[in-house]
Design a protein around this ligand. Structure first.
Ligand SMILES: [Zn+2]
Length: 640
């Protein structure tokens, strides 16, 4: 119970009648005021739709029966980030700060500047705050809410900030090694942080019994790191475990944070669903998801009894490409299929309850909305919806220019690879390229040839026999090209670089991947016999097929982000324009399909291994008003 309400009860009693008047329940005597606002964000790390399906089937014998799926507001979240498929640090940073950042960053923006987190905002508003997780406390998700770091692996620095600077009132999870004094239970070389915490009012606990006692004792600041690193997985935990489980930690946090009349912000993470996803371990995914769902149920029941609590439940990303293929009855694990041991950019669910959460109902949002909803509640103002910001997430609807469409049915077969449209946009940070269509997993390749200075006479006019780098999968595919120079235009096209994804490869902007990315064909980007591996993010939406054909998903496809420095190392020149052409080729690169953008003429069959000119290219003015600032406002023009 919040103390101000208790105080009002005493005042009322002192006035003589002994009982508060009906409806007089607000802390300020205002019947409408109710308890102070609170915001609780629950994050299932790596908890995609497949995890929800498998967990719901295991417990309830049907999908969509989890408690979180019964909350009144249900929406979807696009999970990509500027690096491409997101990691936990970047996604949590977006939720904590409202600002997109590169993978690996902890509450720093893309320019490495620290951005206010929801916990810092809470502190500035006089709210209390907490983080609860089943991972180590300095791990990516809790870190992004309670520290700032250039790299998520800076666990000691993050722990130092959590204990010395940010000091959320409640910190419960694993990671004792980063807080304990030098010795067998620590990776530190100093006296640790536990004394510091105790010195500023924290009750420091180390096991479940200690946690229970501290809560019963009325602790107002609570720190518990219950394992050397992450907490024990649910499936590996004995009945006699000394670690509290996630619902128990959540309950302790709620009780502790609500001890006075301030609002509070709490982040609760089911952090090890993701570990099950990386390991393709269905039991861990299901059991960790169910513990998380139990936590959502506990938190929601508590919140509804208290009132004025906003609850948002979501995931940072999917992990593993998990899909249920053979549903089984309750108590049995369903038959599933995994795509790989890494994150995907499949949309994830968002569930909400309480004031302010209604905006997610039926909506497709991104992680910035979590911050926006929480910040609006903290400030007591109307929601400020996040603005348009194209990021490479495979969903092309936020790119401004549909530059070319397809006139030819795919010669590779209906439901297999096809290219439908070329999309373009330009932001102050870089070029956005979208190729709408359908892309097979582990088959064929999509190439986007880029001329950074059309008409200047640089680059390769024709690609067949012009490139000779056979080290590396993508390089060999480019080197096998059967494409000739586009003919018939007054503007000479010369390819300087190429975006390529072989078999659906979609590297992060930080990666230099063998199967895809940006390649430089000539100096200074690289050389014809030794292609330069440049930085770009490539990302397919849910559109990338497995072995099985898929129906086309309008507006989805390959989306790439190319930082300007990769195209214009000396800065984007005034009046710069870029020319592009996309083409689908087979897995060795030598067989050209009839899928090109701009399109071949209607009725064109696959050119195959016959050297064939590109049917045309698109020219895009980057600075249409020549003021030295990239705007990308002007619609691209097709040149044939
Ligand atoms: Zn992960």
């Amino acid at each position: 119970m919040w103390t101000r309400a208790l105080a009002i009860l005493s005042v009322t009693a002192a006035c003589g009648d002994g009982l508060p008047a009906a409806g007089d329940q607000g802390p300020d005597g205002d019947p409408a005021a109710g308890p102070p606002p609170a915001v609780i964000v629950l994050i299932g790390d790596g908890m995609g739709g497949g995890a929800l399906d498998a967990a719901s089937l295991y417990r309830h014998g049907a999908t969509r029966r989890l408690f979180m799926q019964t909350l009144p507001y249900q929406g979807e979240v696009r999970t990509g980030g500027p690096s491409g498929i997101t990691d936990s640090a970047a996604a949590a940073s977006v939720m904590a700060t409202g600002v997109y950042t590169w993978n690996g960053r902890v509450a720093l923006d893309r320019d490495a500047v620290a951005v206010e987190t929801l916990i810092e905002r809470a502190r500035d508003r006089g709210w209390r705050s907490g983080v609860v997780t089943t991972t180590s406390l300095p791990h990516a998700t809790p870190a992004a809410f309670s520290a700032h770091a250039i790299g998520r692996g800076e666990y000691l620095g993050i722990a130092n900030q959590q204990a010395r600077t940010t000091r959320p009132h409640v910190m419960l999870g694993g990671g004792a090694a980063y807080f304990a004094p030098q010795g067998p239970g620590s990776v530190r070389a100093d006296g640790g942080l536990l004394g510091t915490l105790a010195g500023v009012g924290y009750t420091v606990v180390a096991d479940r019994a200690g946690l229970d006692a501290a809560v019963a004792d009325g602790a107002t600041r609570l720190f518990g790191a219950f394992a050397f690193d992450h907490l024990t997985l649910v499936a590996d935990r004995g009945a006699d475990s000394r670690e509290p489980d996630l619902p128990a930690m959540a309950q302790a946090a709620l009780t502790t944070l609500d001890r006075d009349d301030d609002g509070f912000f709490l982040m609760i993470e089911g952090g090890r669903i993701d570990h099950g996803g990386h390991a393709n371990d269905l039991i861990d995914v299901v059991q960790e998801t169910l513990a998380f769902d139990d936590t959502v149920a506990l938190v929601t029941a508590w919140a509804r009894a208290r009132g004025n609590v906003t609850i948002l439940v979501t995931a940072d990303h999917e992990c593993g490409g998990l899909e249920v293929v053979t549903p089984r009855p309750a108590g049995e694990y369903s038959g599933v299929r995994w795509r790989w041991g890494a994150h995907t950019n499949a949309r994830v669910a968002i569930h909400g309850d309480g004031p302010g959460a209604e905006v997610i109902a039926g909506a497709v949002v991104d992680h910035r909305w979590v911050h926006a909803i929480a910040a609006a509640r903290m400030d007591g103002v109307a929601l400020v919806a996040p603005g348009r910001e194209p990021i490479p997430d495979g969903e092309l609807g936020d790119l401004r220019h549909r530059a070319a469409g397809q006139d030819v049915a795919s010669g590779y077969g209906v439901g297999f690879n096809q290219l439908d449209a070329l999309w373009l946009d330009a932001t102050p940070r870089g070029l956005m390229v979208g190729v709408e269509g359908l892309f097979e997993w582990n088959s064929n390749a999509i190439e986007v040839w880029i001329d950074v200075d059309p008409g200047a006479g640089t680059g390769m006019p024709g690609l067949a026999a012009a490139i000779s780098d056979r080290d590396g999968t993508a390089d060999a595919v480019l080197s096998a090209s059967s494409l000739g120079a586009p003919s018939g235009s007054g503007l000479a096209f010369g390819a300087d670089l190429a975006l390529i994804a072989v078999g659906g490869a979609d590297p992060h902007v930080e990666d230099l991947a063998d199967g895809g990315g940006l390649r430089g064909l000539r100096v200074p980007f690289g050389a014809a016999e030794d292609l330069g591996w440049r930085r770009a993010a490539l990302n397919f939406g849910a559109v990338r097929a497995r072995a099985t054909p898929l129906v086309r998903m309008p507006g989805q496809g390959l989306e790439a982000f190319v930082p300007w420095v990769e195209l214009y190392p000396g800065g984007v020149p005034v009046g710069a324009r870029v020319a592009l052409a996309a083409v689908l080729v087979n897995s060795d690169g030598g067989h050209t399909s009839n899928q090109a953008l701009p399109s071949f003429p209607a009725g064109t069959a696959n050119p195959g291994r016959v050297v064939t000119p590109l049917p045309g290219f698109v020219v895009y003015e980057l600075d249409s008003n020549a003021d030295g600032v990239v705007d990308g406002d002007a619609p691209p023009v097709i040149v044939r």
